[in-house]
Write a protein that binds this ligand. Structure first.
Ligand code: FMN
Length: 213
């Protein structure tokens, strides 16, 4: 059965790692969805992720939705300070860097080919890479949302190596059969796929078996 915000285990702590691939909006949408469902949402971003987010995203929403750029600059609304915790990518003392306090789930979204390669090789040179390494060694759930096109053979080999260790690959590939009307619809399709792997119920799009004809 899918979990909802009311029946998610209180011990569930998810880490959302943002890297410098295009598609910061996927991370922003995932965070918006997760803060209403999970007791703890940890966030870490690479330097490149911050630069790409500055380039791609607006800084605030008039309807009060969470802005990734605000979160990354430490501007977190008082009612969310118990839920969201942001770590610096050079903070290897952060709890998520240790197997004894590993997150239950980690999503790297969007995932650059650089970070994907370093995770595949176990380099652990920053918190994103170290946390992914820990999540894999503790046999927890690691989901990557890679974004690049076209893919070269090295990208594909790295993805295969990670998939063979049990890492879930959710490429940022929106579908069109649900007839998206906006960029938000396309983003929601990818984010919905991540939530399904997290076994979280969502209403981001109409399931195929309830489709309009
Ligand atoms: C605007 C912009 C868009 C980018 N888009 C991608 C992308 O879609 N996929 C990718 O692998 N790298 C992309 N890059 C390159 C990465 O940001 C770069 O390889 C960086 O070193 C990744 O670092 P990180 O893995 O530490 O975040 C982009 C860079 C910029 C400036």
């Amino acid at each position: 059965m899918m979990e909802t915000g009311t029946n998610i285990s209180p011990g569930r702590r998810i880490l959302i790692a943002v890297t410098g691939a295009s598609g910061s909006i996927y991370a922003e949408r995932l965070i918006q969805e997760c803060v209403t469902r999970f007791p703890r949402v940890y966030v870490v971003a690479t330097d490149s992720a911050r630069q790409v987010a500055d380039h791609e995203l607006i800084s605030s929403y008039e309807d009060g939705r969470i802005s990734l750029r605000h979160i990354l600059s430490g501007d977190i609304a008082p009612n969310l300070r118990e839920v969201i915790r942001v770590f610096r990518n050079d903070d290897l003392f952060a709890p998520v860097a240790s197997g004894s306090s590993a997150p239950t789930d980690m999503i790297v979204v969007p995932c650059s080919m650089g970070s994907l390669a370093r995770i595949a090789q176990g380099l652990s040179s920053n918190l994103v890479e170290r946390a992914a390494d820990v999540v894999m060694k503790q046999r927890r759930r690691l989901i990557l949302v890679p974004r690049e096109t076209p893919l070269n053979t090295i990208h594909l080999r790295n993805m295969l190596a990670l998939s063979e260790t049990g890492v879930d690959m959710v490429p940022a590939m929106p579908a069109f059969y649900q007839r998206p009307k906006s960029v938000d619809d396309m983003v929601d399709f990818v984010v919905g796929r991540v939530l399904e792997l997290l076994e979280v119920d969502h209403g981001l799009y109409r399931p195929w078996n309830q489709r309009m004809r």
